[in-house]
Ligand binder design. Structure first.
Ligand SMILES: Nc1nc2c(ncn2[C@@H]2O[C@H](COP(=O)(O)OP(=O)(O)OP(=O)(O)O)[C@@H](O)[C@H]2O)c(=O)[nH]1
Length: 820
């Protein structure tokens, strides 16, 4: 053994040189200076002296702490080398003779208790022993030996000195080399501690002990040889917080066990999982509780909140961004022509060979700046997106044909834009036509609160011709002027954010999504979270089908690489962490149903006010469709008068004709109820109503609507008589029979048609007759009911005017109790 100096020894035992010299002096050693050598015998003498406790403490410390660090290099199969640092810390605590005696006694008792517990556990898990034994008897010291070989540097530890043995790798290295991680003592001991375990679990524990190999066992052996036992009395209970979802690995980390333990545990339960699999909250709670930990469930939105907080995106310089425009207007007023003209004139020019393809949007560059157009015209797409909470449009161009004037869809366009709070620019189109009368348009629109600037209002009117190109530049200028007023800004240096315009599944390329970048920059290779989907952007194309590497604010692009087709209006967010993206996507998928259910609850007329704050004035939003304009106006007037200081009725939109998809979307976006007066919803609208749980009611008496709204306003909506539509038959042919009159050859398209229930005849989703059936026949036979998918002959009592294409709706009236 080489000699060390007093200074070196002081460093090793972590004591000031003066203190050590004092102790050495008291131990009868002659050392007086830091540079003097200390022999092995002298060291031993000093240690014996210290053990006897005859040393007067000079630094107030009862402990000597020794630290040692070893670094080994680990080679992974991928030939990556990882350095693993193992730190050992030994603390020698000086005790009096009595304390040592008591400690010995305690150790003995513990040893006996542990032995008993082990026997009990082995008794319970007999089959496991067979598996575990052979491994346990293998020579185990091999791996531990090199560590032992370095021990001589440390002063010899004595059996009477209890030793706290800490072995730990730094956190970062743990991640890199999980297999090399040395288990904390407490976990090892928790495993050995008695606990009521299922057979499978006991087997699991033993297998784990066996699998861990010789290293731990040899350490345990070493410890028992040298220092006796040091074991906590019970299992270590961790605080585990579990969100809506958690990955197996994360759950394991929170419980301080290896992921594979959870995998095995789940396997025992008959549910194989992988380490990266996401568990739902209930399963995770079950596992964690069963493994003896304290579990706290984390609130629903914590994951989303954490995710939102992790996106620090808006740092950097802000710049003006291009406005995004949607074109609306009545059928045939020239929406498509206008979009096509602008595209042809501004995009395709100069881009020889550029393939113009429909990606749902395009952008044009003008002298005054850039403008982006969403090229699905009409308010349906606009409101569908808004219904999903997306605001993609900054400005609406409302096209009104100068030869036709203000029409129902023109008014709908105004209503939809107003409901969304988006400014309008009026494109008075077809100005090239001789019969064009732009002044009439101004007058008509003013009646709908759209006042031209020259009349003191705030709406720009531009005369254009989408056919010959007149006024298009002026229209673009107006858009840019309006954009300036809106002060549209974005931060290109931020990470990309956007909204899905449309998506489809391409045979060769997989899911393809058109995305409008709204802030930051989207780049090829970015990991993105898109609604309930996620993926890495494999490729990105502009509206000409040309591959591009990146896209800034207000630029539409097509992206490939998602794991599914997101919905129009879904938010696109660049995320750094793929695991997080997957987790949030899965969380959202699970959440989807709940959100729908919650919406279904909130969207009912009965519950409309429940979700509003106490202070704010409560507003009941209504979308009304009626069979004739007279009724519509009457309803509008009566309903608008119903409010008082606290509650208000707002007819968001009203129109003549059946309830369509766009009405349903507007109701969804505006949190409104839908009233159909003598009209019905088409299939598209019904799908949205059902999916989103909207409240849609059909009426045929004005008084009933007014009464229901009054009741809803006063919170008294008790029981209702609601109509259930039982079946719908479509008229395919009409036969005239001298005996029965007109008989409709029908196909039952939905539900079941019953002979004895009330019916209505609908033409273009508008009720034209209400009554009952005269006859219902399958082939030649009378039938009580005919189901969906079957043909039948229907005779309507006292009604002979059935036409091909009409629908016969069979319904029943039921009392519905108010649901809360
Ligand atoms: N004379 C003239 N005709 C026009 C003009 N703009 C459009 N048209 C014509 O009007 C008709 C309808 O135009 P579209 O662009 O299809 O109208 P739309 O509003 O998109 O119609 P939908 O897609 O059915 O809603 C077409 O025959 C166009 O050629 C114009 O400025 N002048």
């Amino acid at each position: 053994m080489t000699q060390v100096t007093v200074k070196e020894l002081a460093k090793v035992v972590n004591t000031p040189v003066e203190s050590l010299l004092q102790q050495m002096h008291e131990a009868g050693l002659a050392h007086t200076s830091a540079d003097q050598k200390v022999s092995e015998t002298e060291k031993q003498k000093l240690l014996t002296f210290l053990e006897k406790g005859s040393s007067t403490k000079t630094d107030g410390s009862k402990k000597i702490t020794l630290q040692r660090k070893t670094t080994t290099t680990l080679r992974t199969p991928g030939s990556k080398s990882i350095s693993v640092e193992v730190r050992k810390k030994k603390t020698f605590v000086k005790r009096s003779a009595e304390e040592i005696e008591a400690e010995k006694q305690k150790d003995l008792e513990k040893l006996q208790a542990e032995k008993k517990a082990k026997e009990a556990a082995q008794e319970k898990a007999k089959p496991a022993e067979v598996k575990a034994e052979p491994v346990a008897t293998k020579p185990a010291a091999a791996k531990a030996e090199p560590v032992k070989a370095e021990e001589p540097d440390l002063p010899p530890a004595d059996i009477t000195l209890p030793v706290v043995d800490e072995v730990a790798a730094p956190a970062t290295e743990r991640k890199k080399a999980p297999t090399k991680r040395v288990e904390p003592d407490e976990r090892r001991e928790r495993k050995a501690a008695p606990r009521p375990a299922a057979k499978g679990k006991a087997r699991l524990d033993d297998e784990q002990t066996a699998r861990r190999g010789g290293r731990n066992r040899s350490k345990a052996k070493k410890r028992s040889n040298q220092h006796g036992f040091h074991s906590p009395a019970g299992p270590v209970v961790r605080d585990v917080s579990i969100g809506e979802t958690i990955t197996v690995a994360e759950l394991a980390a929170q419980m301080s066990v290896k992921g594979v333990e959870v995998v095995k545990y789940m396997f025992q339960l008959g549910s194989p999982v992988t380490i990266n699999q996401v568990l739902d909250q209930d399963t995770a709670v079950l596992i964690a509780e069963d493994m003896g930990h304290r579990v706290s469930r984390v609130s629903d939105n914590v994951l989303e909140e954490q995710f939102a907080a992790s996106l620090k995106i808006d740092e950097g310089e802000t710049f003006h961004r291009a406005p995004v425009v949607t074109v609306m207007g009545h059928v045939d007023h020239g929406k498509t022509s206008l979009l096509d003209y602008i595209r042809r004139a501004k995009v395709a020019t100069g881009e020889a060979g550029g393939i113009t393809q429909h990606i749902g949007a395009y952008h044009v560059k003008t002298e005054g700046g850039m403008v982006t157009f969403l090229d699905t015209p009409g308010h349906a797409a606009f409101t569908a997106m808004r219904a999903r909470g997306a605001k993609a449009t900054d400005i609406v161009i409302l096209v009104v044909a100068a030869d036709d004037g203000v029409m129902p869809q023109t008014i709908e366009g105004i209503e939809h834009a107003k409901a969304a709070g988006v400014p309008l620019i009026i494109a008075v189109n077809k100005i090239d036509k001789p019969e064009a009368d732009p002044d009439r348009i101004k007058n008509d629109l003013a009646a709908h609160d759209v006042i031209p600037e020259e009349w003191g209002g705030d709406t720009q009117f531009v005369h254009v011709s989408a056919k010959v190109g007149t006024g298009i530049d002026a229209l673009l200028e107006s858009v840019l002027l309006q954009a300036e007023v809106l002060e549209l800004n974005a931060t290109p240096s931020a990470s990309g954010r956007g909204v899905v315009i449309e998506s489809r599944l391409d045979k060769g390329r997989g899911p393809v999504a058109s995305v409008l970048v709204q802030n930051g920059t989207l780049r090829q290779g970015d990991m993105v979270l898109v609604g309930v989907n996620f993926g890495r952007i494999r490729a990105m194309m502009d509206e000409n089908g040309q591959p591009i590497q990146e896209a800034g604010p207000s630029i539409p692009v097509e992206i490939l690489g998602l794991d599914g087709t997101p919905e129009a209006g879904d938010e696109v967010t660049v995320v750094v962490d793929e695991r997080k993206a997957r987790e949030v996507a899965l969380f959202r998928q699970g959440k989807f149903r709940e959100v729908k259910l919650a919406r279904a609850h909130a969207g009912k007329l009965e519950n409309m006010f429940e979700n509003m704050g106490q202070e704010e004035k409560k507003v009941l939003n209504i979308v009304i469709k009626a069979d004739v304009r007279g009724t519509l106006e009457a309803l509008r007037g009566s309903l608008s008068e119903l409010g008082n200081d606290e509650v208000e009725v707002c007819v968001v939109a009203g129109g003549v004709g059946g309830i369509n998809e766009s009405d349903a979307n507007l109701a969804l976006a505006s949190n409104a109820v839908i009233f159909g007066f003598n009209v019905r919803a088409d299939a598209g609208a019904r799908k949205i109503v059902e999916q989103e749980g909207l409240d849609m009611r059909y009426y045929n008496i004005i008084y009933d609507i007014i009464e229901d709204v009054k009741k809803a306003l006063s919170g008294l909506l008790g029981t209702d008589v609601r109509e259930n539509i039982l079946g719908i038959a479509e008229v395919r042919e009409v036969f005239r029979s001298p005996k029965l009159g007109a008989v409709a050859g029908c196909m039952v398209t939905e539900g079941t048609v019953y002979r004895n229930r009330p019916i209505r005849v609908l033409r273009d989703d508008v009720v034209i007759f209400e009554g009952e059936l005269e006859s219902l026949r399958r082939f030649k036979d009378d039938a009580a009911e005919v189901r969906s998918g079957m043909e039948c002959g229907i005779g309507v009592k006292s009604y002979n005017d059935v036409k091909v294409g009409d629908k016969i709706e069979v319904f029943e009236k039921v009392q519905v109790a108010r649901t809360l």
